[in-house]
Design a protein. Structure first.
Length: 383
């Protein structure tokens, strides 16, 4: 198969260290974050086709990949746009050409709203979430001063993280917003994190039906009150085959399905103990740098190469029997693996989103060939 060799670099990003794109996977300097493009494309096509068949819009969450090239790839596959967890994440994606952005965390404070207005000028279709009347009023005042009408959505508290409570509190906020002239209420956003990672398909189904059911009821409440609410966005990788069965959700915003990780694999699927609905596409390549004892090998990836928030380390690809541990910020350890200095090893990451945030770029590979170094353009953009 022929493939394009494209080398993207954001000005200033790793330009000094990445003078030339290595041609082969085995030549990549380690630790190297890689994405296997065949698997990425298959995961994307599976989700896009599934949601299209279910009649739902698809707005993948870019908090996972933080990479404008992938955001644009998703749009080519049928996504209406991308979600950004924070304003700066969405702005970085827009800078790289992504459109149809939904900022899923409320933008609070005068300076940030001013930056939000700048994004709304550049991408007028952007939707910003709010969960407080004062924040909606602040948006309205800033939009009026800029001569704009800004799209807002009400973030509902179904995930026990952010948002306003469903039912009467959300209705009251919607009524307040409908009186503001320079904001347009787009609809509701409801992300239920506890449902997405609930272990076992039955338990996950029950959790999502309960959480998203409250959001659907709130949508109906607004409409009975005469407030148009044509849009309800939510869902995740874990509920990808549950939420389309909940009448009233109009859009799904999954993220991790593109890459996958150990954490998601553990939630179990409809078919069995493991969630393998999507393929593992993301890996970190490391090199064994020391072998202090015959049964101990040390490789060049530690806490700075793998996010350790889940409390466990990475997994040696295809060798779940090998015990892998952290040996500090820069190093990891392998017990009784037979690995020796110079060996290159590939690892499955514990948690994809925060691991991606540790790298300046990810290498897109197809088989042994390195196609591109995609800048992780929203890396560190958590403001
Ligand atoms: C608001 C919101 N929507 C969607 C997602 C996507 O979830 P997942 O990566 O589990 O598919 C997340 C993940 O944390 C999120 O915070």
């Amino acid at each position: 198969m022929t493939s394009r060799r494209v080398f993207f670099l954001t000005p200033g990003v790793a330009a000094a260290t990445l003078k030339a794109l290595p041609k082969r996977r085995e030549d990549l300097p380690t630790p190297a974050l890689i994405v296997e493009v065949d698997k990425l494309e298959a995961n994307l096509a599976k989700m896009a086709n599934h949601l299209k068949a279910a009649g739902l819009a698809f707005r993948p969450h870019a908090k996972t990949h933080k990479t404008h090239e992938i955001a644009k790839m998703c749009q080519k596959a049928g996504a209406v746009g991308s979600c950004g967890a924070k304003l700066s994440e969405a702005a970085a994606l827009a800078e790289g050409g992504a459109t149809g952005l939904l900022v899923t965390t409320a933008v609070i404070g005068r300076d940030k709203i001013a930056q939000g207005i700048a994004l709304a000028k550049k991408r007028p279709e952007t939707i910003f979430c709010v969960d407080q009347a004062q924040n909606a009023s602040d948006w309205d005042a800033a939009a009026r001063a800029a001569g704009l009408r800004v799209n807002l959505a009400i973030d509902l508290w179904v995930g026990r993280r952010t948002g306003i409570e469903c039912g009467a509190p959300a209705l009251e906020l919607a009524r307040h917003m409908s009186r503001l002239k320079n904001v347009r209420l787009q609809g509701l956003q409801a992300y239920s994190g506890p449902s997405s990672h609930r272990r076992g398909f039955e338990a996950r189904t029950a959790a999502s039906r309960e959480a998203m059911g409250e959001a659907v009821e709130t949508r109906k409440l607004l409409e009975r009150d005469g407030i148009a609410c044509p849009w309800l966005s939510g869902g995740s990788t874990g509920t990808w085959n549950i939420d389309p069965g909940i009448d009233g959700i109009t859009e799904l915003q999954p993220g991790s399905f593109l890459f996958m990780d150990i954490d998601y694999r553990r939630i179990g699927s409809r078919e069995g103990e493991e969630f393998n609905d999507f393929q593992q596409a993301l890996f970190v390549i490391c090199t064994v740098v020391s072998r202090p004892k015959p049964d101990l090998a040390i490789f060049d990836g530690g806490y700075k190469a793998f996010a350790a928030d889940r409390g466990y380390g990475p997994e040696l690809r295809g060798r779940r029997d090998v015990k892998v541990g952290f040996a500090g910020d820069e190093h990891g350890s392998l017990a009784a693996s037979g690995a020796k200095a110079g060996d290159r090893l590939e690892f499955v990451v514990p948690h994809c989103d925060p691991t991606v945030n540790l790298y300046d770029h990810m290498y897109a590979v197809r088989g042994d060939e390195v196609l591109a170094a995609w800048p992780i353009s929203a890396r560190g953009k958590s403001q």
